[in-house]
Design a binder for this molecule. Structure first.
Ligand SMILES: Cc1cc2nc3c(=O)[nH]c(=O)nc-3n(C[C@H](O)[C@H](O)[C@H](O)COP(=O)(O)O)c2cc1C
Length: 408
């Protein structure tokens, strides 16, 4: 293997130069009340950009109003272009690039403000557990016209992203959201050209990638975030996850982000550490939803003890299978881990929770080989997605207790 690259030196992501190889992962911020990106979201990303990262990812940029999981998610449309420009300007002025995570919820939604649809749609009919307390207990199956429409929403959203000044787009192919529902045999029971064989299950994701590429052109990087495994019986296996990556690479992605798990069936595969359930119950206002979490929680939120770089070995299989850049994600919270990621041959790394704890992680790790973000992977940040003020690291609420974290 060739010598490890320096994570702190400028690097090219397809046609785009980043000042270094550390990217803020998509973490839905919960800071778009009414779907509008406001001051709080700008401050959040500006602060992270000022801490030295190469690029941030604005999360949950849904491709249409009905692609939102809840009413307070942003969907890409002309009405918010001025706010998006301000957000992008603020991050770029701090020296970082800006990506946006292009997403559609498919059948996984509790959004009561559906505009075009009567109920959420996915590849096949199924119960929509998330939506049940909101009066949306069922998800329908998309018709071929719905599929064509969905592709066009990605095309238009991607065109808007380029128009307002995003530097890159990250298509979400994982975690049990819309495109992932088509890839996964667990949720895709279709009998037509979009279901059954691997080729058929990849047909819609590939059409979406093609439409996004047509919209943004070849001078604009497209990343794709995948679930290397759904972590559920009957879903995408680790072996098939490598094939998903290979197929998307061959179709022209610039970079693959190697995540795992699904929000609907096995979220802890992606997070590891203490269950996210308690935090979610604390902020959930709907008593029926709270009861549901208590009942199904122990089965859904399985126990995966945290370990640093928990996806490293699995992601290396993807690294070996593809030619495009590979972005490691999952449990990289110290400088030592950063070094291991790049020694293992990855091109970039994405950090989620560690940057919530310590937005200045990059600047700290650059000068201190023993640097530790102080993230304990307590996962309490995850429940705060539903908090009226959005996500934050609760450890930072009590600075006195945290004094010992930084340079061990
Ligand atoms: C508060 C929070 C919100 C998240 N929201 C998203 C999201 O919108 N899209 C996504 O792909 N992943 C999301 N994730 C998962 C992260 O991108 C990442 O895959 C996971 O946290 C593991 O990386 P880490 O160990 O660096 O935190 C979220 C994670 C957290 C902690």
């Amino acid at each position: 293997m060739s010598a490890a690259v320096d994570p702190f030196s400028p690097a090219r992501l397809g046609p785009l130069e980043l000042r270094n190889r550390v990217i803020k992962a998509a973490t839905f911020e919960g800071m778009t009340p009414g779907g509008v990106p406001g001051e709080r979201l700008i401050d959040f990303h500006r602060t992270i950009a000022e801490g030295g990262i190469g690029m941030t990812t604005i999360a949950y940029c849904t491709t249409e109003a009905d692609g939102r999981i809840s009413e307070d998610m942003m969907y890409l449309h002309a009405g918010i272009e001025p706010e998006l420009r301000r957000l992008i300007d603020a991050v770029q002025a701090a020296g970082a690039r800006v990506s946006g995570q292009l997403t559609h919820c498919g059948n996984f939604s509790k959004n009561r403000e559906l505009q075009r649809l009567k109920r959420p749609l996915g590849p096949s009919r199924r119960l929509n557990m998330l939506g049940t307390p909101a009066g949306l207990p069922f998800a329908g199956a998309m018709t071929l016209a719905d599929i064509d429409h969905l592709v066009e929403t990605y095309r238009e959203a991607a065109a808007l992203m380029k128009r307002v000044g995003f530097d890159a787009a990250e298509i979400h192919f994982g975690h049990g959201y819309g495109l992932s529902q088509f890839i996964s045999p667990k949720t895709n029971r279709r009998k037509d050209d979009y279901g059954g064989s691997f080729t058929n299950r990849m047909r819609l994701p590939l059409r979406v990638l093609e439409a996004v590429r047509e919209a943004v052109g070849s001078d604009f990087p497209i990343l794709g975030k995948i679930s290397m495994s759904d972590g559920v019986k009957g879903g995408v296996t680790w072996e098939e996850g490598v094939e998903v990556a290979r197929t998307l690479d061959q179709a022209g992605l610039d970079a693959i982000v190697t995540s795992g798990g699904t929000s609907s069936f096995n979220p802890m595969l992606m997070f590891r550490g203490p269950s996210i359930m308690q935090g979610m119950i604390e902020v959930e206002k709907n008593p029926i939803a709270r009861l549901g979490m208590k009942l199904v929680g122990p089965r859904l939120f399985r126990d995966y003890p945290y370990e640093e770089l928990y996806f490293l070995e699995r992601a290396q299989r993807v690294r070996e299978a593809v030619d495009c850049a590979v972005v490691y994600i999952g449990g990289c919270s110290t400088r030592a881990s950063l070094d291991r990621v790049f020694a293992a041959g990855f091109d970039f790394v994405q950090l989620g929770r560690p940057l919530l704890k310590d937005p200045a992680f990059v600047d700290g790790a650059r000068v201190d080989p023993d640097y530790d973000s102080g993230c304990t992977h307590c996962n309490r940040c995850v429940g705060l997605i539903e908090h009226p003020e959005g996500i934050r690291c609760p450890l930072n609420d009590a600075p006195a207790l945290e004094a010992s974290h930084a340079t061990a």
